[in-house]
Ligand binder design. Structure first.
Ligand code: SAH
Length: 431
């Protein structure tokens, strides 16, 4: 790479290639494989159940590919489920560690051998799955854990789809098979005030004699542009997420579709209160393909009401919150476009009550005068900040009104069907 092209030198965001060394050296460490992934028991045991419960149909005597095998845990489950051979592809130095573990089955002395069930079953390949000419045949089943915050962060799903398009036999199995993204409006005055406090530092007109206020708008953009990762109380949601969520079907989605997704939403407020932003999480499903009709579907949720996972949830704060009355409709969209930071740049529009939504392709910069009943926001999914104010064990006395969410005096008529004229039958945005 010439210096002129080097994004680190010329000050531009590093390209995905440029970021890969840092990305893979993170995964090369045992402590990261362990703390964030292996010890996430919800995650690891869901994969194990999905693999073992579908063992006879999708794994027994099958050729399996593990994309981004890490410590190899999913490959070991595949062998336990009866796989004939597993190709365990891992780009980082973790591949060496995996090899050590696999080869512990092959020691000279049988008495010293460990994991003898793995003997001759696993082919460790240290490479990026996208590398050409890898010694991998067409396989019956692909397993992978390519999931980041809000399902899509890290952009490893693209490697998963690459593996699908390059190595999966027609009618083969993909585990996981779908991911569903859920969005819901939340109210959290403490989080919003804390974030605003950080921005207001730059409002000062005499910081050691220097007027910082020219940077106040930039500070607001930056602080509110950081997605807040962490668990939160489900009782701070103002409305229920759309049932089923926005489905990303790994069997059918194209690489192109994955790179620019617009997620529509339409909610009905359960409380009167202030919307401080949009909360997001996802579910994962493991379903055999239609060619294996008698398989078992296993699902896992990372939602605020489910058991905590290392992905937690993520919240996108609005610079200017939005008032809503119980029973009112809130609608809008969230558009996620890939960026060069192995992540996504996200924009959303949220509108209370009647009105026409703006086209998601119109950039935020050209919209200054939104109606009083709608807001736009922009966030960079890689610029994550964390918030751990929620301790589920300690707040049994929590009531929504402590967070300024007020129950309607009369029950809301949830049978009223809200006209949703901006999505097609496949839930794709059509403005
Ligand atoms: N499968 C393991 C590890 C999951 S973490 C488990 O479930 O515990 C994702 C792993 O994929 C990391 O170890 C990372 O180094 C690897 N990875 C990411 N992109 C890759 C690619 N394009 N090719 C090969 N490995 C990749």
């Amino acid at each position: 790479m010439s210096e002129a092209d080097d994004p680190l030198v010329n000050g531009k965001a590093p390209s995905t290639e440029g970021r890969d060394p840092a990305y893979f050296s993170y995964y090369a460490m045992l402590q990261h494989q362990q703390q964030n992934m292996l010890q996430d028991t919800v995650r690891t045991s869901t994969y194990r159940s999905a693999i073992l419960l579908n063992g006879p149909l999708c794994f027994h005597d099958k050729l399996v590919l593990d994309v981004g095998a890490g410590s190899g845990i999913l490959s070991y489950f595949a062998v336990q489920a009866g796989a004939q051979k597993v190709y365990a592809v891992e780009a980082s130095q973790m591949a060496e560690k995996m090899r050590k573990l696999v080869e512990s089955a092959n020691t000279e002395s049988e008495a010293l051998a460990k994991n003898t069930f793995l003997k001759d079953k696993i082919e460790v390949i240290q490479a990026k799955i996208e590398d050409p000419n890898l010694p991998i045949p067409q396989v019956d089943t692909i397993i992978s854990e390519p999931i980041g915050v809000l399902l899509i962060h890290e952009r490893m799903l693209e490697s998963y789809l690459y593996a699908r398009d390059t190595y999966l036999k027609p009618g083969g199995t993909l585990f996981p098979s779908t991911g569903s993204i859920f969005l819901a409006p939340f109210s959290d005055i403490a989080l919003w005030t804390e974030t605003m406090g950080k921005a207001r530092f730059w409002e000062q007109s005499s910081f050691y004699g220097v007027d910082l206020s020219a940077l106040y708008p930039d500070a607001k953009d930056e602080m509110f542009g950081m997605p807040v990762v962490g668990c939160f109380d489900p009782r701070t949601l103002i409305a229920q997420a759309n049932p089923g969520g926005y489905v990303v079907d790994f069997y059918t989605i194209s690489l192109e579709e994955l790179q620019d997704m617009t997620i529509p939403f339409i909610w009905q407020a359960s409380y009167t209160g202030i919307v401080h932003g949009i909360a997001g999480w996802f579910d994962l499903h493991f379903s055999p393909p239609p060619s294996v009709p008698s398989g078992n579907t296993i699902a896992m949720s990372t939602g605020p009401a489910a058991e905590r996972t290392h992905w937690q949830q993520v919240r996108f704060l609005l610079k200017e919150p939005l008032a809503v009355n119980a029973g009112q409709t809130i609608q809008g969209w969230m558009r996620c476009v890939v960026n060069e930071m192995r992540s996504y740049t996200i924009e959303a529009e949220i509108m209370v009550g009647e009105g026409q939504l703006t086209n998601p392709t119109i950039p935020l910069t050209s919209i200054y005068n939104l109606d009083f009943n709608r807001r736009r926001g922009k966030w960079r999914l890689h610029e994550q900040t964390y918030n751990y104010n929620y301790y589920p064990q300690s707040d049994n006395l929590f009531r929504p009104e402590y967070n300024c969410l007020y129950e309607p005096e009369h029950p809301i008529d949830t049978t009223v069907v809200v006209e949703n004229n901006f999505v097609d039958d496949n839930n794709q945005f059509i403005i």
